[in-house]
Ligand binder design. Structure first.
Ligand code: ATP
Length: 312
């Protein structure tokens, strides 16, 4: 079968363990060139979805295709095109970062340059440090490096930023973006709303083995949780009553701050209010905040991530 622009197809995929459906009818496609995220709490089915895509688990029913190949029946073809960085993996503890990546590169006919990977992942300062001495975040980036070294067409990362500090996460995200700019496709699973919102072009929110929301983060936020918050400062406060009476305003609260009034306003239509704020009202320091993917998850499942993770 020819390769095509669809990197991944899940077509009504079910993976059952006795009574439990870890994947319960997952249908979605991932285009070449996307950074796609599986977002969900513990037990949502993220790892199982990744394992079926890698050919490590056979679906109970439904169809998985990777660049037109069946990951179980055509495992060799899929392995040539896909690199998977698992949540945990054994590394050679006594080698340095640079040595390990050079050994890894020697396994592939046309590997990426290990030095380039080291720089991209922000591992320059630890290139001569032995693997066993690395911090959790450095180890995690090295694991991503071992996946990037084969120049895969599809890079699959299972919760890649677990245990990373904010700087390490920025390096990781920059490396994933650079890989995509160079023509790659990335699929990652994540627990982090922020990672899904800032890194992913599209996300599938998983819950109990099902896709409960699918699309671009911004579009999902607008569709499922259309209200936004506007924060701004006014002096005097005349005109706030008229503003509060407008149909677009859901809620308006104020508090006094250094002789000015700081206003917090919830609205389903911030665009309609901007002219009013910047015109007669003379609002300053205007900020908008959306409710984020957390609110989308709450809206579609009636639960929070934290509640579900707490049960696990
Ligand atoms: P986490 O964030 O905790 O890794 P996840 O979204 O990756 O969660 P999965 O690991 O895919 O979730 O698990 C989905 C469900 O399937 C869970 O309820 C899990 O306990 C169950 N499960 C996974 N593997 C097996 C297995 N080999 N046998 C039985 N149940 C399994």
């Amino acid at each position: 079968m020819p390769m095509n622009d669809l990197a991944v197809v899940f077509d009504d995929v079910v993976k059952r363990y006795d009574a439990l459906a870890a994947m319960d009818g997952i249908t979605l496609t991932i285009d070449s060139g996307e950074i796609f995220g599986f977002l969900g709490p513990n037990g949502a089915g993220k790892t199982t979805s990744i394992e079926t895509l890698a050919g490590l688990r056979r679906p109970t029913s439904g169809r998985v295709m990777v660049f037109g190949f069946d990951p179980v029946a055509q495992r060799d073809e899929v392995r040539r095109l896909v690199a998977i960085q698992p949540q945990h993996a054994a590394l050679f503890e006594h080698q340095t970062v640079a040595e390990l990546l050079r050994v890894w590169a020697s396994f592939y006919p046309d590997p990426a340059d290990p030095e380039e990977i080291i720089q991209r992942l922000g591992l320059g300062d630890s290139r001569d440090v032995r693997v066993r001495k690395l911090s959790g975040g450095q180890r995690q980036r090295l694991l991503v490096g071992t996946a990037l070294i084969s120049r895969p067409r599809l890079l699959v990362l299972d919760e890649p930023s677990t245990g990373m500090d904010p700087n390490a996460r920025q390096d990781l995200w920059a490396a994933i973006r650079a890989y995509r700019e160079a023509g790659g496709t990335a699929l990652l699973s994540t627990h982090s709303m922020e990672e899904a919102e800032t890194l992913c072009d599209r996300v599938a929110i998983l819950h109990q083995g099902k896709v409960v929301a699918l699309g671009e983060p911004t579009e999902l936020i607008l569709r499922h949780s259309p209200e936004q918050e506007l924060h701004f400062t006014v002096t005097g406060g005349t005109g706030l009553d008229a503003l509060q009476a407008r149909p677009e305003v859901v809620e308006l609260t104020t508090h006094e701050q250094n002789g000015h009034t700081r206003v917090r306003l919830r609205t389903s239509d911030p665009d309609a209010l901007f002219a009013v704020l910047t015109g007669d009202l003379g609002a300053r320091q205007i900020q908008t905040r959306d409710a984020g993917l957390e609110a989308v998850f709450r809206r579609v499942t009636g639960r929070t991530f934290a509640e579900i993770d707490g049960e696990g």
